[in-house]
Write a protein that binds this ligand. Sequence first.
Ligand SMILES: NC(=O)c1ccc[n+]([C@@H]2O[C@H](COP(=O)([O-])OP(=O)(O)OC[C@H]3O[C@@H](n4cnc5c(N)ncnc54)[C@H](OP(=O)(O)O)[C@@H]3O)[C@@H](O)[C@H]2O)c1
Length: 236
Amino acid sequence: MKLQGAHVVVIGGSSGIGLATARLAREEGADVTIVGRSQEKLDQAQRELGEVRPVVADIADEAAIGQVFESLSRVDHVLISAGTIRNGALVNNDLETLRHIVNERLWGVTYAVRHAAPRMHEGSIVLTSGTLSSRPRPGTAMLSAMLSAVETLAPALALELAPVRVNAVTPGLIDTPLLENAYGSERESLLQNRAEVLPVKRVGTADDVAQTMLMLMTNPYMTGEVLHIDGGGRLV
Ligand SMILES: NC(=O)c1ccc[n+]([C@@H]2O[C@H](COP(=O)([O-])OP(=O)(O)OC[C@H]3O[C@@H](n4cnc5c(N)ncnc54)[C@H](OP(=O)(O)O)[C@@H]3O)[C@@H](O)[C@H]2O)c1
């Protein structure tokens, strides 16, 4: 019970990596708050997880994120895994979409950290990036730039917020509902092709990443780190 008595807030906790981390945190004895935009998804997650506190908020909405933390008397660990995939070339994409990416990935993280940190005395914040940070593809320029920013924020904030620890995780291809939303009918072939080339011969699961999230919350000597959980994807 490594998190007995701790309060863990998972922004993006109703699905995928966040949901899997919320489950592991519950198993380790934590009180858990899960945050997402959809009440329906939060209700479903609550049915799966049992005793958790669901809160509706969009990470890109500063007032809403402020309210999430104002309502909490204690915060020990925060995982920020909220995020959607919106692609499109920088030159052709409409500015609203590009701004959405920045608002969700950079300003959203900023809002969450600014409201969480004053309530934390120690513990940790874990940010979520993605391999597009170092391996952009045509159509991902803004998202790739924002994920790189997230990876830079982790060590910078580890210094600013010390002794609160700040780390980032960079997942490779992970089979979660995100892929269904982002790739639709291409999802299956994407997973199959990637599994064939990865050294581990399979794509990742939400639980693979959640184990790392939990390790970063519970290892008191880890800070300023960016960990890649990608089945060796960077090597091939
Ligand atoms: N799956 C992958 O292959 C992969 C690879 C690299 C990086 N990542 C990153 O890992 C993170 C988690 O991905 P996942 O695969 O677990 O995705 P997921 O299954 O779609 O879960 C995303 C979670 O974040 C919430 N969310 C999305 N946008 C939000 C917003 N604006 N404000 C608040 N909550 C929001 C979602 O709930 P609502 O929709 O109800 O808001 C959901 O709970 C994302 O940042 C993603 O980019 C994923």
